[in-house]
Design a protein around this ligand. Structure first.
Ligand code: ADP
Length: 516
């Protein structure tokens, strides 16, 4: 055999191995006449002469016997891919199949690569979108932080003015009091002004401390049975005359009936309402300020509307930011904290503080918070009268002891006082009080220690702990030492009496006589 023959045979063998050709000669109805080549490779091994080939090769349906066509990458019944050429051979349809598995595999690879590229592109787009969003958020945060820092600087500057003005007032009027000697009218007026300035100072300091505790996530709520009618009466008593001095009217409306007692943090609820009504009165020069309450399904609705200047739509978001004051407010007193604190307190209580236009002019601030109705039966629970109940008050501040023992005695409590632990034990043993009021921060010893020792000795009466700190951890320390309630100083005398009565009722209901 010559060399060229050998090469030709080798090439033929390679081609046959790779292409696996199979030729089928058909009649005009696509019935099989002859097969040449590897029919099994394409799943056609069982075809017999005279059989209609369209059964195993359905792609032939719709083709005419005289047609010439090239069909690439046809899926055969064997699962292989074939290149199919239909053409006329000696006046009959002839079908040439060659193996296209490699081409299909490489196309699949290309397709897969294209899919992967598309996926990568999508991921890249997603990442870019995330990065852009993170960048936007960062910029917004940066703007907010700069805004807050700018407002804080303004606040510090205002704070110095806000602190100095009432302090100057207090000192000035105290001096005048010295000189007033026997002129009772002048004494009353000076005392009233000292009181007003001191109240303003206390609320300023409270606000600053509250905002700091809220920022640190440390402010905790203390829900207790609270008398709604008492709260409304208190607001009426506080604001009717204040509104009158400005030549406006304070109105109180109840929509539907309210339960007498609800479980809510009364101190904080009072703080929010006082802040909203005070703002209403502060910013309204003509007309009225109305406090409207309603209750349904365990939720208390409160709204405060006024006929004041109203609040610009664009300003509505800003007024809830700490330290923010609107331009027009500059001539009025204020630190720009009241609404921020109120909004955060309402949120802590499970609601949200909204502001709207009042139809007819002015603004309406409103919120709804959970306040389930509760029963307080014997003795009026949180009532304000002491009814001769004996309590022991322990505090290392003589001022506090004198002030609050007088206030409590005025409400009908019998008050013993102690300035240190030995004195506390002595009075406790001698007088057997029904309840004890303990300051948490005492100079040389811990109020919590005294509470623990009282409980260890088997004291089962009421223990109210209090201090000037509104931090959650201080309340926790007091409660885990054995206190029944924790209050933050300064406490309204009426609220202190109501809290003491509430605890006494809870601890020793058998000792509390008849309704208040
Ligand atoms: P402050 O009263 O100390 O400025 P607030 O946080 O209570 O601080 O109120 C923020 C701002 O919202 C006020 O400076 C004032 O511009 C505006 N504002 C609050 N309440 C009212 C109201 N009832 N009517 C008009 N403006 C109000």
């Amino acid at each position: 055999m010559s060399g060229s023959h050998a090469i030709a045979r080798f090439v033929r063998k390679v081609l046959l191995d790779q292409l696996k050709p199979c030729f089928l000669l058909l009649d005009e109805d696509f019935r099989l006449l002859r097969v040449v080549g590897n029919a099994e490779h394409y799943g056609l091994g069982l075809l017999h002469r005279g059989e209609d080939c369209r059964g195993t090769m359905p792609f032939l349906y719709g083709l005419g016997p005289t047609e010439s066509i090239h069909l690439p990458l046809v899926e055969m019944t064997s699962g292989r891919a074939a290149d199919v050429l239909l053409s006329q051979v000696i006046g009959r349809p002839g079908l040439l199949l060659t193996d296209a598995s490699r081409e299909r595999a490489s196309r699949q690879v290309v397709q897969q690569q294209a899919n992967e590229i598309r996926l990568l592109h999508k991921q890249q787009q997603k990442l870019v979108a995330e990065l852009t969003a993170a960048n936007d958020a960062l910029q917004r945060r940066h703007q907010e932080t700069s805004e807050i820092s700018r407002m804080k600087s303004g606040f510090i500057a205002r704070l110095s003015h806000e602190l100095r003005t009432p302090l100057t007032g207090i000192l000035g009027h105290a001096g005048l009091l010295h000189d007033a000697k026997r002129d009772t009218n002048s004494i009353d007026e000076n005392v009233r002004l000292i009181e007003a300035n001191a109240t303003h100072l206390v609320s300023l300091v409270d606000n600053v401390l509250d905002q700091a505790s809220l920022e640190a996530g440390q402010l905790a709520l203390h829900p207790v049975p609270t008398r709604l009618s008492g709260l409304c009466r208190e607001m009426e008593a506080t604001f009717t005359s204040l509104a009158k001095t400005k030549g406006i009217e304070f109105r109180l409306h109840r929509r539907g009936s309210l339960p007498e007692w609800v479980e809510v943090d009364g101190t904080r609820l009072r703080q929010i309402v006082i802040n909203l009504v005070s703002n209403g009165i502060k910013y309204t020069d003509r007309g009225f300020v109305a406090l409207i309450t309603a209750w349904a399904d365990g939720r208390l609705q409160v709204s405060v509307s006024d006929t004041g200047p109203g609040i610009d739509r664009r300003a509505r978001e800003r007024i809830f930011l700490p330290f923010h004051r609107e331009g027009g407010a500059s001539e009025k007193r204020g630190a720009g904290l009241g609404l921020a604190i109120s909004a955060q307190l309402v949120e802590l209580m499970g609601g949200s503080l909204r502001v709207d236009d009042r139809p007819g002019g002015g603004s309406v601030f409103g919120f709804t918070v959970p306040a389930p109705a509760c029963e307080v039966t014997v003795g009026g629970g949180g009532g304000e009268g002491g009814g001769g109940k004996r309590i022991l008050m322990v505090d290392d501040s003589t001022d506090i002891l004198i002030l609050y023992s007088r206030l409590l005695a005025k409400s009908g409590f019998v008050v013993d006082t102690a300035a240190d632990e030995p004195e506390a034990w002595q009075k406790f043993e001698q007088q057997r009080p029904i309840a004890v009021l303990v300051d948490l921060y005492l100079k040389e010893w811990e109020g919590t220690g005294l509470i623990q020792r009282l409980r260890a000795r088997g004291f089962s009466g009421g223990v109210v702990a209090w201090s000037a700190s509104s931090l959650r951890e201080d309340k926790q320390r007091a409660m885990s030492a054995g206190a029944d309630m924790y209050l933050v100083k300064p406490v309204e005398p009426a609220a202190l009496c109501a809290s003491l009565n509430e605890i006494i009722l809870r601890r020793t209901p058998q000792l509390v006589a008849g309704p208040e």
